[in-house]
Design a protein around this ligand. Structure first.
Ligand code: NAP
Length: 242
């Protein structure tokens, strides 16, 4: 039995990732922050897909909360470890830099970038000792290209992209891979306030993506078939940026 932790598994892309990984028989740890009912629905989807799992509440932006939740899980599961880590939880708080409040900058950096350190560092030792692990970071087109109005979010996602490439080299010899997927516009709660009709005119495929179209790439990166891929960033954006 392999264990997979998906942060932000209660909704959107994270939920689709949980449902997809369940098809490969992983035991899924579904993290969420506040949507417990939604997280329970994800767990039901995991079970429908033939998998098993549990929900796990913690705020990824709090080092203390991360270490408490994961430490408790380790104490309850002696001899087991988390093989697959999907750093997916994220928020956006868009504002022009001229008007950006420290809080908007710090919240986005803490949730999207610092969480990568808190969770990855905690789980890495077991992956290295066992000489197997997969770390998959959900980043964004914003972190590659930069998008106006999202300087905080672009900085956070760009930081995770650079961290992905650096960590991949640090631990490659231990058979632990580190990759990122960079979605463009995907139909989830995060994008529901955007003008889809206007934005899709810029997308070569003429539509927003579906969460499942991101999840299938994450599922591949988590599989044994992706054993020689590390330090990569895979774009999933309907041709919007290459
Ligand atoms: P979403 O529908 O808004 O879902 C966000 C998920 O993250 C929820 O499960 C939420 O949990 C969780 N979350 C947020 N803050 C958290 C925290 N502090 N601690 C724990 N969990 C937290 O967003 P999405 O569109 O699925 O986005 C998923 C990832 O893809 C994010 O990293 C996002 O930046 C990235 N992305 C999305 C798009 C897009 O177009 N949608 C494009 C590029 C990249 P609760 O339900 O408990 O709030």
């Amino acid at each position: 039995m392999r264990y997979a932790l998906v942060t932000g598994g209660s909704r959107g892309i994270g939920r689709a990732i949980c449902a997809s990984l369940a098809k490969d028989g992983f035991y899924i740890l579904i993290n969420y922050n506040s949507s417990s009912t939604e997280a329970e629905s994800t767990l039901a989807m995991v079970r429908v897909n033939g998998g098993s799992g549990e929900i796990m509440q913690f705020d990824v932006s709090s080092q203390e909360a991360v270490e408490k939740a994961l430490g408790d899980w380790q104490a309850r599961n002696e001899g087991k470890y988390i093989h697959i880590l999907v750093n997916n939880a994220g928020i956006r708080k868009d504002a022009l830099v001229m008007w950006m409040k420290n809080e908007e900058w710090n919240d986005v950096l803490n949730t999207n970038l610092n969480s990568f350190l808190y969770i990855t560092r905690f789980l890495l030792k077991d992956m290295l000792v066992n000489k197997f692990g997969r770390i998959i970071n959900v980043v964004s087109l914003s972190g590659i290209k930069g998008l106006p109005g999202q300087v905080n979010y672009s900085a956070a996602k760009g930081g995770v992209i650079a961290a992905t490439k650096a960590l991949a080299q640090e631990i490659a010899k231990k058979n632990v891979t580190v990759n990122a997927v960079a979605p463009g516009f995907i139909k989830t709660d995060m994008t529901k306030d955007l003008d889809e009709a206007q934005l899709k005119m810029m997308i070569p495929m003429g539509r927003f993506g579906r969460p499942e179209e991101v999840a299938s790439v994450v599922r591949f990166l988590a599989s044994d078939d992706a054993s020689y891929i590390t330090g990569s960033v895979i774009n999933i954006n309907g041709g919007l940026y290459t």
